[in-house]
Design a protein around this ligand. Structure first.
Ligand code: DX5
Ligand code: ZN
Length: 236
């Protein structure tokens, strides 16, 4: 399935959960990925951090490439790095299906987003928690995915910030109708409903999936809560 079809698939599903591997057992990544596949998951979120854009370091190109060899999951690669333009091609060659860059790292992201698309991946643009939404609005229609951070980027397991949903609502209006709105940080059974109501359709969830006993059951539960909240909103 190419990038465009994948966007349509997520739009059709209305709520798609992308488990963030940052909270997984890195010593047993293959096993973790297979548990996600068996649980019906279709997309895994990979956090790439350089210790410069964010105060933490995680994984890079070789890890994405190793993951690509052992899974059929779509790989949603979240680049929390400065000068992401330099690495887009390498991550695409490593097997990234979605590639998201931060507006804080690329204040004029047009060329980079186009490059991601040219390489056959789905381009995403990220707004960190705390950055005014106005910074990203002029480029909102240029991305296929708009990712709103609901925690300051850099670490898993942080508390969800409800005021990030203001940015979600603003971006829902500014984005193309067929763009995905993704949220990342602190998504669990208590917070996902509000995010769905605000217009999110792609939900990153790290701790709440990988600290659960049964990944598939947890992902289904999260999805059900999101769908219920979104349909209640529509009924109002
Ligand atoms: C944080 C990362 C997130 C993180 C989410 O900078 O971008 O993807 O893994 O983890 P939870 O769901 O635990 O907040
Ligand atoms: Zn992330």
């Amino acid at each position: 399935m190419n990038g465009e079809n994948w966007i349509n698939e997520v739009l059709r599903e209305r709520a798609t959960i992308a488990p963030s591997l940052l909270a997984s057992d890195f010593a047993n990544l293959e096993r973790e990925l297979h548990k996600l596949e068996e649980g019906g998951v279709k997309v895994a979120h990979i956090d790439v951090m350089d210790g410069r854009l964010v105060p933490n370091i995680s994984v890079g190109v070789p890890v994405v490439s190793s993951i690509r060899k052992v899974t059929t999951l779509k790989l949603d690669v979240h680049l929390m790095i400065v000068e992401p333009e330099r690495y887009i091609e390498a991550f695409r060659n490593a097997g990234a299906d979605f590639i998201s860059i931060h507006i804080e790292a690329s204040p004029c992201p047009t060329a980079a987003l186009n490059r991601i698309r040219e390489l056959g991946a789905v381009p995403g643009l990220v707004l960190n928690y705390g950055t005014p939404v106005e910074k990203i609005l002029p480029f909102a229609h240029e991305a296929d995915i708009l990712l709103v951070m609901s925690v300051p980027a850099g670490f898993g397991g942080q508390k969800f910030h409800y005021d990030a949903l203001e940015s979600v609502r603003a971006l829902r209006k500014a984005a193309r109708p067929d763009a995905l709105i993704e949220i990342d940080g602190g998504i669990d059974v208590n917070t996902i409903g509000a995010a769905a109501e605000a217009g999110v359709n792609l939900f990153v969830a790290g701790t709440s999936v990988f600290h659960s006993q049964d990944y598939g059951a947890q992902v289904s539960l999260l999805r059900k809560i999101a769908l219920d909240a979104a349909s209640k909103k529509r009924a109002v």
